[in-house]
Structures are given as structure tokens and as C-alpha cells.
Design a protein around this ligand. Structure first.
Ligand SMILES: Nc1ncnc2c1ncn2[C@@H]1O[C@H](COP(=O)(O)OP(=O)(O)OP(=O)(O)O)[C@@H](O)[C@H]1O
Ligand SMILES: [Mg+2]
Length: 229
């Protein structure tokens, strides 16, 4: 992760700028849960969630990453942790009582914890749409200053749209050059239909000429994107 391995690189700086922009976008109304979505697969949502979580935690914010991608979870792998127990266990457990501890895992980053997705369920949309999910999210929010939520692609799954109605804000991650314009339009329409509060669009993996910024960036002149992986 660029924010951990190259904190002074342009890619890491881009995530700090994103953090600031989110901060301003959220000034009017409190933002305790933020969902990252994208139109199609592989655009960089999970990478963006993890890096944004790191820069927020580095600023002293208590962050929980909630892996809401119950289909192809990846946050546990990014942070070198286990995928279970996690979110779906909270639906399974009959013994689960209000107030019982959440299976939060500490990460190597201070102030940053993970609620992994847990064992893969047969009915992700049903779980995510349930009142139980709302209750669980409420409990996670109590344990952090902000909860960053990962999700599967908006097209063709309903998961992210369902989650977008439960989160305080949504960031649409667009992989530069990887996604078709009409797919992004479709995603935007889905978010509007779900009444999501879209705070902004983060374009990732933009070609970036670090050399032209030489004096301002130390250490890394990687030409990789902005924000980068
Ligand atoms: N900004 C970036 N620059 C370069 N590579 C990136 C960037 N963001 C992500 N990648 C790479 O692209 C691949 C997909 O990224 P990622 O898993 O974050 O996408 P995703 O949108 O979460 O995918 P999925 O829809 O499968 O959940 C990964 O191999 C990741 O390392
Ligand atoms: Mg992902």
C-alpha cells in the first residue's frame, strides 16, 4: 500500500488530498460511515478504501474498515489478516446479543481496525438490505470516528446500491481508462435511485508525471497513478 510503504509519494499525497476533500464535502452533515463504490470490477475500490483508511488513521482518526464486499472480499488480504470471523458471522450467530463484542481485528496501522466480510453467504443482497445490517453498522460506527465500507461493483450487483442507502456518504471510484462512460452513468443512476449522498468522484490510476513536481515530492518519482495502489 502506497500510503504505508511510500508515504511521501505523489500517490500517498493524492490520498491525503482525497481525505481533505471528503472532510470539506462532509462539513455540512456528520459523516460517520463512508462507502466506496465503482461502476465496474477492478477499478480500484478496495485499494482506495485501504489507502484512505491509512491516511485517515495517520491523522489520528479512529477508523474501521468494513469489508462490505461479501462476494470477493479483499480487505483482509490487503491488511494481512483473516477473513473470518467477520460481518456475516454477525448474521449467523444465534448467540449474538446486542452489546456483544464485534470481531474487529487490529491492523499494523495505529487507529485502524478491520471488520472482515466473514464466510461467504448465499444471499449477500438480502443480508446487506436487512434491518440487522443497519443495526450492525450502527454498532460499528459507535466503535470508530469513521467507518469506511468496501463493496462489490455497482453493475451488475445490487449490494453497493443497498449499502449506499445505509452509509452517510458515498465516494464513486472511477478507474481512469478502465471503465466505459455509459457504465459510470448507469452506476450514477443506481446511486440516485437509492437516494445515496454522493460526496464526490475519485479518479484513480491517472498517469502522473512525478518528475515535473520534483522538489515537492521526496523519495519516490514513481510514474504510477494518483492516487496509486
Ligand atoms: N491507483 C492504482 N494504480 C495502480 N494499480 C492499482 C490502483 N488501484 C488498484 N490497482 C490494482 O488494480 C487491481 C484491482 O484493484 P482493487 O482490488 O482495488 O479493485 P476493486 O475495484 O476493489 O476490484 P473488485 O471489483 O474486484 O473488488 C489490483 O491488482 C490493484 O493492485
Ligand atoms: Mg474490491
Amino acid at each position: 500500500m502506497v500510503t504505508v510503504t511510500k508515504p511521501r509519494s505523489p500517490g500517498a499525497e493524492a490520498y491525503r488530498t482525497l481525505r481533505t476533500n471528503i472532510h470539506f464535502a462532509a462539513a455540512a452533515r456528520p459523516l460517520r460511515s463512508l462507502l466506496c463504490v465503482s461502476a465496474g470490477p477492478g477499478e480500484g475500490k478496495s485499494t482506495a478504501v485501504a489507502n484512505l483508511a491509512v491516511v485517515m488513521a495517520q491523522a489520528g482518526t479512529r477508523v474501521v474498515v468494513l469489508d462490505g464486499d461479501l462476494r470477493r472480499p479483499s480487505q483482509h488480504a490487503i491488511f494481512n489478516l483473516r477473513n473470518a470471523p467477520g460481518l456475516t458471522n454477525l448474521f449467523l450467530s444465534a448467540a449474538e446479543t446486542p452489546g456483544a463484542d464485534l470481531p474487529l481485528q487490529s491492523t499494523a496501522v495505529e487507529n485502524l481496525r478491520l471488520l472482515a466480510s466473514g464466510p461467504r453467504p448465499p444471499n449477500p443482497v438480502e443480508l446487506l438490505a436487512s434491518g440487522r445490517m443497519e443495526e450492525i453498522l450502527g454498532r460499528v460506527v459507535e466503535r470508530a470516528d469513521i467507518v469506511l465500507i468496501d463493496s462489490p461493483p455497482l453493475v451488475p450487483f445490487a449490494d453497493a446500491a443497498v449499502l449506499s442507502a445505509k452509509a452517510d456518504g458515498v465516494v464513486l471510484v472511477v478507474g481512469a481508462g478502465t471503465v466505459k462512460r455509459d457504465l459510470v452513468r448507469k452506476a450514477k443512476a443506481q446511486l440516485e435511485a437509492a437516494n445515496a449522498r454522493v460526496l464526490g468522484v475519485a479518479v484513480v490510476n491517472v498517469a502522473f508525471d512525478a518528475a515535473s513536481f520534483g522538489p515537492y515530492y521526496e523519495g519516490d518519482a514513481s510514474p504510477s497513478g494518483s492516487p496509486a495502489a
